[in-house]
Design a protein around this ligand. Structure first.
Ligand code: NAD
Ligand code: 0WE
Length: 257
């Protein structure tokens, strides 16, 4: 007996065994969900195949979220295998690397800004659009991943902070829009975790040390911490929760000094 028995979930954003999406996939599987996965490109296919196998999934589909054709193809394929869909996990973010360092106003460009918005914010509602009919009327749950840089100006996070702010507003508007058909929409704002997306970041070790020193729990969060909260938000135990940003960050965000 798991809290996600009989639920069908699509996981978008696995790139390695350190990906937050990988941890979420394991937790959803543990709680009884049946899983489908997407991979961004052929380079990542093997890794995603591996976790799909580990979680008994045979639905592994290509999806670069900048392509509406690929998004539509994903839901066509799911519709052929499943009678509906209960959960979409969106764990995707990208901005050109040069924009994630130094002074924000110096480094930002029109093109980089639009890319960050497209991949990190628009893609969440694009997936919601694509999956809408499969999810309608099933008490479904959409979940995305955000970061504190959405609501605070933080060194180097720059244009990603602006994109995460748009993502969090997206959560609220999507919740308002899809609530009448029973679909909930939430985000987890996670503390820093060493993943591929974090490994390109200068000073990441300093950030981890800073959060262990300042966070109420005096430790960094793990993939498992985020994954267990994700399982809750996707489950019927969270039936009354929508439009919410849940901080899973050892309490770092509440500290005022
Ligand atoms: P990750 O590198 O493992 O995952 C990022 C994913 O985005 C990868 O799977 C990559 O394939 C995917 N992606 C990027 N561009 C894409 C595109 N065009 N089409 C399809 N997929 C694309 O890193 P992660 O840390 O697990 O990141 C997952 C999410 O968690 C991101 O939204 C990130 O902003 C968020 N987050 C991360 C941290 C952290 O410290 N690691 C903290 C808070 C929030
Ligand atoms: O959201 C993120 C990661 C976002 C990210 C990371 C990269 C690195 C490689 C988006 N795009 C790219 N593009 C690349 O080319 N996090 C919350 C992790 C993260 O990234 C930071 C952080 C933290 C924390 C960037 C600067 C400062 C802090």
């Amino acid at each position: 007996m798991g809290i996600l028995d009989n639920k069908k979930a699509l996981i978008v954003g696995v790139a390695s065994n350190r990906s937050i999406a990988w941890g979420i996939a394991e937790a959803l599987h543990r709680e009884g969900a049946e899983l489908a996965f997407t991979y961004q490109n052929d380079k990542l296919k093997k890794r995603v195949d591996k976790i799909a196998e580990a979680t008994g999934s045979s639905l592994v589909l290509p999806c670069d979220v900048s392509s509406d054709e690929q998004i539509n193809a994903v839901f066509d394929a799911i519709g052929q295998q499943w009678d509906g869909l209960d959960i979409i996990v969106h764990s995707v973010g990208y901005a050109p690397r040069e924009l994630l360092q130094g002074n924000y106003v110096d480094s930002v460009t029109r093109e980089g800004f639009l890319t960050a918005m497209d991949i990190s914010a628009y893609s969440f509602v694009a997936l919601a659009k694509g999956g809408r009919e499969l999810m309608r009327g099933r008490n479904g749950s959409l979940l995305t991943l955000s970061y504190l840089g959405a609501v605070r100006a933080m060194d180097n996070y720059n244009v990603m902070g602006v994109a995460k702010a748009a993502l969090e507003a997206n959560v609220r508007y999507m919740a308002y829009s899809l609530g009448p058909e029973g679909t909930r929409v939430n985000a987890i704002s996670a503390g820093p975790i060493k993943t591929l997306a974090a490994s390109g970041v200068g000073d990441f070790r300093r950030m981890l040390e800073n959060s262990t020193a300042k966070a109420p729990l005096r430790r960094n969060v793990t993939q498992e911490d985020v994954a267990n909260s994700a399982a809750f938000l996707c489950s019927d135990w969270a039936r009354g929760v929508t439009g919410e940003i849940l901080y899973v960050d050892s309490g770092y965000n509440i500290v005022g000094n």
